[in-house]
Design a protein around this ligand. Structure first.
Ligand code: AMP
Ligand code: TRP
Length: 333
């Protein structure tokens, strides 16, 4: 293995990938794969913490693999795999569960949010233990850096604590991972309410653009985006909608806010929105075409996933073997 640092991130196979995810995260990953040894896993074990329809889950997992490839992740440069294909995730999760405190897991804000107004009797133990599984994902690969959004910071902190605790009790096994803060991922706001983050789980489909929306849909959604009545393409108080469109346009075309202001000086929102719609449709055209092509090529997708999990398996097995030794398990005969 070369001496590049290791990056791990998990992707939930749920919802759709929006231009928020694309411009804020996935585009960054495409750059990371040049500099680091990256592992990106589609975390199906995490997905079943809430009940799934099996046929849909299977379909969605393949679609997500196709999506990430279409966005530019290159299986020659990073490992892409399904979490359930590497059984060590679940195995390490158990070992870590035994050194995790109920108190720690009860303090996870995502768990508290997801279980608010529910009775203990009806809360799945998987949902409670989910951050331990996430820690196992990360620690299995001796990960140096984990690119995550703010909502996952607390889970990453737990992974660090669990690594340090295990190392202290049983002796050094795990690298203690650090969060990776991307240089500048654009934050994309909702098209319906520009004070809110664009989110794939928003029930209003006009509030987000999926990376595989067709050109007409993209142009229509941008046209309907909430703005203001000032009719000037500049940033400022009360102009969050316009600023958001400027951010989107800038991220797609590589232009700065100043350049965009100059380009549209004296022009109205109609013309600006048309230009943004065109730029987004054009920028995502390749993604959409590649995605559709890949979905027709299941054998290729399977080969990518197999190669990814074969390689991930080897790395994971090495760590788990050490863990078993430290714990005092008898070697396999
Ligand atoms: P999520 O879809 O919330 O699970 O987020 C997956 C990744 O995409 C995280 O790294 C987020 O920070 C990023 N992301 C999600 N929505 C946006 C957005 N509207 N703008 C920028 N980045 C986003
Ligand atoms: N929990 C993360 C999410 O919901 C997904 C995830 C699972 C993950 N395992 C991970 C992210 C390991 C980073 C590292 O988005």
């Amino acid at each position: 293995m070369d001496d590049k640092k290791i990056i791990f991130s998990g992707v939930q196979p749920s919802g759709v990938l929006t231009i928020g995810n694309y411009l804020g995260a996935v585009k960054n990953w495409v750059e990371l794969q040049e500099e680091y040894n990256c592992l990106f896993s589609i975390v199906d074990l995490h997905a079943i913490t809430v009940q799934q329809e099996p046929a849909k889950l299977r379909q969605r997992c393949m679609e997500f693999l196709a999506l990430y490839l279409a966005c530019g992740l290159d299986p020659e440069k990073c490992l892409l795999f399904f979490q359930s294909h590497v059984p060590q995730h679940a195995e390490l999760s158990w070992a870590l569960t035994c050194t995790t405190y109920m108190g720690e897991l009860s303090r996870m804000t995502q768990f508290k949010d997801k279980t608010r107004n529910k009775q203990d009797a009806n809360i799945g133990a998987g949902l409670f233990n989910y951050p331990v599984l996430m820690a196992a994902d990360i620690l299995l690969y001796q990960t140096d850096l984990v690119p995550v959004g703010v909502d996952q910071k607390q889970h990453l902190e737990l992974a660090r604590n669990l690594a340090e605790r295990f190392n202290r009790i049983y002796g050094d096994v795990f690298k203690v991972p650090e969060p990776y803060i991307p240089k500048m991922g654009a934050k994309i706001m909702s098209l319906a309410d520009p004070t809110k983050k664009m989110s794939k789980s928003d029930e209003n489909v006009n509030s987000y653009i999926s990376v595989i929306d067709d050109a007409d849909t993209i142009i229509r959604k941008i046209k309907r985006a909430v703005t203001d009545s000032d009719n000037r393409i500049i940033r400022g108080e009360g102009k969050e909608g316009i600023e958001n469109l400027m951010t989107i346009y800038g991220s797609m075309t590589g232009r700065s806010y100043e350049e965009i202001e100059q380009e549209f000086e004296g022009k109205g929102y109609g013309e600006f929105k048309a230009a943004v719609g065109e730029a987004v449709a054009e920028g995502l055209k390749d993604v959409r075409e590649k995605y559709n092509y890949l979905l027709q090529n299941k054998d290729y997708l399977k080969e990518v996933a197999k190669n990814g999990s074969d390689n991930a398996y080897k790395m994971a097995a090495r760590t788990l073997r050490k863990v078993h030794r430290k714990l005092g398990f008898v070697d396999r005969f």
